[in-house]
Design a protein around this ligand. Structure first.
Ligand code: GLN
Length: 486
């Protein structure tokens, strides 16, 4: 048997069900391991040990009375952008440093209904704005494959926690790549479901037409298990979809016969690292061996506009969403003045970090009278065209395959002062959010011991097909079994 903290959800569930281990044992093992590695990687903002142990005891009680569900008793970490009742939720921002939500996000309620164990909250780029987790107001998280490098972002804390076995699985959020890009950088499985598949009630909003919550796991079967639990319509999120939720684990079959895969050439971008290209070619050949029909000449010419469209729409929505942090309702509040305007100004000045301010300014500019038509409206029109282009591609293909990121993890500090370079690390993931599609990143290779991820993109509400492809690929390779040297 593996050390307990190294188990997958599937393995842990089996052992819990057979009563060969208890949730308290498993939770203690995870917490003890977390305490050992956390100093090196710093994936967590808050560790809620007492609540976790209490939840574990309750899970054990449920199990002993025969009530066990797939996530019962299994320890998870949650990106600190999802509200957790009585556990502070900071978004890795000073402005929410001491914010303790009075309610749970829907996804947290759903985990609790399964009697899952929540170990704590993970570090992220402030308000999910970034690609390296260096924009956290508290500390950067480090990549366990090379502590001098970034884990990706903004869900870097969650992907590092899973890569290092601090937790059995984690939840992340993805607005333009924030689950998939760090999953690729840390060699774990990261799934962004279709827009609307998972309720965002209680997810602190960044860009509401793009945000989605998804699982970060050690393998594809676990991803399907977590999606089963968190997916579904929610009256409290008017954008959540009424679509029925299938049992995603049923789609996990090890062959790809008759599946048509498109490889859009625009995703093999200029400036892409040679080793990434080579790994992708090898990985796609493997998919062909497994029975898929691969078209290497697929094309999505509008891809080149996706980055610009994203960096108008996302900041515009962010500037509206972040207006609520005025120091009046909740969060940090500047008190050293009797002037209301000065109080609001200083609250934001001291509460927000540089990247968040940059986004608010970009968004406010794009939405202001005189610029609205030229920027925001134009971006929305191009967004429609990008969506249509994907829809047309899906007449021909069942899924599209691309690299998750054009490079392997970069060095800490390397792009911190160059926002454009940082934005470019999401060129392969942003278009998927613009079109609201589901996509998964799976481990697909290494170069110099640094991970490379492969992205599989599906039709709206067809997570089943991308999980199936990811599963077949995983069964045929062993990248996901490698552990970081920590
Ligand atoms: N890196 C992108 C950004 O900074 C995407 C972030 C995300 O998906 N939350 O906006």
């Amino acid at each position: 048997m593996n050390d307990l903290h190294q188990l997958t959800i599937g393995q842990a569930h089996q052992l819990l069900k057979e009563k060969r281990i208890s949730s308290v044992e498993l939770t203690k093992a995870s917490l003890a391991h977390l305490a050992k590695v956390e100093d090196k990687v710093r994936a967590c903002v808050t560790i809620s040990e007492d609540t976790a142990l209490k939840q574990a005891r309750e899970a054990d009680k449920a199990i002993s009375s025969g009530k066990i569900k797939p996530l019962t008793g299994i320890p998870a970490l949650i990106k600190d952008v999802m509200c957790t009742k009585s556990i502070r939720t900071t978004c890795s921002s000073k402005i929410l440093e001491n914010f303790i939500p009075p309610y749970d996000a829907t996804v947290i309620e759903k985990l609790k209904a399964e009697k899952a164990v929540i170990l704590g909250k993970t570090n992220m780029d402030e308000f999910a704005m970034g690609s390296s987790t260096e924009n956290s107001a508290f500390f950067p998280t480090r990549n366990p494959w090379d502590l001098g490098r970034v884990p990706g972002g903004s869900s870097g804390g969650s992907t590092v926690a899973v890569a290092t076995d601090e937790a059995i699985y984690a939840l992340g959020s993805d607005t333009g790549g924030s689950i998939r890009q760090p999953a690729g950088f840390c060699s774990v499985v990261g799934l962004k479901p279709t827009y609307g598949r998972v309720s965002r009630f209680g997810l602190v909003a960044f860009a509401s037409s793009l945000d989605q919550i998804g699982p970060v796991t050690k393998n594809v079967a676990d991803s399907a298990l977590v999606l089963n639990v968190i997916a579904g319509h929610d009256n409290r999120d008017s954008t959540s979809a009424p679509h029925p939720v299938p049992d995603f684990t049923k789609s996990l079959t090890p062959d790809l016969k008759n599946l048509r895969l498109g490889i859009p050439k625009e995703y093999f971008v200029e400036g892409m690292q040679k080793e990434v290209r080579v790994s992708m070619e090898t990985a796609i050949n493997k998919l062909e061996e497994l029975g898929a029909k691969v078209d290497w000449d697929a094309s999505l010419p509008l891809t080149k506009y996706a980055l610009a469209v994203y960096y108008i729409i996302a900041p515009s929505e962010a500037s509206a969403n972040l207006a609520r942090y005025d120091g009046v309702k909740y969060g940090f509040s500047y008190q050293d003045t009797n002037n209301m305007w000065e109080a609001m100004e200083k609250t934001k000045q001291f509460g927000f970090g540089a990247e968040v301010k940059r986004r608010i300014m970009l968004g406010t500019y794009a939405l202001s009278a005189g610029y609205y038509d030229a920027y925001y409206l134009k971006a929305q029109k191009v967004r429609t065209l990008i969506r249509r282009e994907f829809a047309q591609a899906f007449d021909k293909y069942d899924a599209l395959v691309t690299p998750t990121s054009p490079t392997v993890p970069f060095k800490l500090g390397e792009k911190a002062d160059d926002p454009i370079q940082m934005y470019l690390s999401d060129v392969c993931t942003l278009p998927i959010n613009i079109a609201g599609l589901p996509a998964i990143s799976v481990p697909a290779g290494f170069t110099d011991c640094l991970p490379i991820g492969m992205q599989i993109i599906g039709k709206p509400f067809d997570e089943e097909t991308i999980l199936r492809i990811a599963f077949a690929y995983e069964q045929a390779t062993d990248w996901h079994q490698r552990k970081p040297p920590i």
